[in-house]
Design a protein around this ligand. Structure first.
Ligand code: IPD
Ligand code: CA
Length: 263
């Protein structure tokens, strides 16, 4: 039987409380009030409510921790506090709004800028993906490992695709074309945190995306690392938590993807 640490217990409990509100709204999509944030980037009342619940629960449990949250104007920098929560209340908002059951709550914790814990909760399937520095990565009580494929040719790779107002479309087409001829399959699921959890769980062999935000990737980075994989910058020198350009998988898959994407 797994013993959850105090931090993981707090994070899971906050995610579970927020998920009740999220699932209620998911079941009543037609009643949601939806506003538009930027081009094609929707923020829903469901997002804001979920974030408020998570913020309330985490602040109640821990004093003086910073917050870096997607749906917030006053964001702390990771370096401002010894401990910082990094939160995406609904990652995969567009899926959520369209009734597609692929979205997640993502909560990570840093200490002195180092990721020490992460929880990604898929409320539709009641799946908790979680990891702690040095403890391993888990799906509920089951230990996770990335796949051990050596080459891309039998691999299934998840990716992010830029959209209206976001990213470099021409460059993306070139990268995708170069990767698609070398893999067994590509998948665009639509929630980066869950894509990284799927890498940790060995459901896909790898993942890459450019231009993500810290809350999209923070919990996923520690999950993939604790599952024995790499979740690093597409360019070897960059920190994906800072640049949002990320590639993940086992070391062979990551190196192959990096070679293609950087050439
Ligand atoms: C988005 C999702 C998506 C990714 C986008 C993100 P959101 O987050 O993670 O998979 O391609 O770049 O912005 O807006 O649904 O929280
Ligand atoms: Ca997101």
């Amino acid at each position: 039987m797994i013993r959850y640490s105090a931090n993981i217990t707090i994070m899971m409990s906050a995610a579970r409380k927020a998920s009740k509100s999220i699932l209620r709204d998911f079941g009543e999509l037609e009643k949601l009030q939806v506003s538009i944030k930027g081009q094609n980037d929707f923020v829903t009342m469901a997002d804001i409510k979920a974030q408020e619940i998570i913020h309330y629960e985490l602040s109640r449990a821990r004093d003086n921790y910073g917050f870096l949250m997607e749906e917030s104007k006053n964001r702390n920098k990771i370096e401002d506090n010894e401990f910082t929560w990094i939160i995406d209340p609904i990652d995969g908002t567009l899926n959520f709004m369209n009734g597609i059951p692929y979205f997640a709550i993502s909560i990570a914790l840093t200490q002195k800028e180092k990721l020490i814990s992460g929880v990604i909760y898929d409320p539709v399937h009641n799946d908790f993906y979680w990891a702690e520095d040095g403890v391993g990565a888990y799906l509920n009580d089951q230990r996770l490992r990335v796949t051990n494929k050596v080459n891309l040719d039998k691999s299934i790779i998840a990716l992010g695709i830029p959209f209206l107002g976001r990213g470099n479309h021409k460059e993306h087409i070139k990268s995708q074309e170069a990767v698609m001829s070398k893999v067994a399959g590509l998948r665009r699921f639509g929630a980066a945190s869950l894509d990284l959890a799927y890498v940790a769980a060995g459901r896909v062999d790898g993942f890459w995306e450019y231009g993500l935000s810290p809350w999209d990737v923070a919990a996923g980075i520690i999950l993939v690392k604790e599952a024995g994989g790499l979740a690093i910058g597409i360019n070897n020198k960059e920190n994906p938590l800072l640049t949002g350009n990320i590639v993940a998988g086992n070391i062979n898959i990551v190196r192959e993807l990096q070679n293609i994407l950087n050439s």
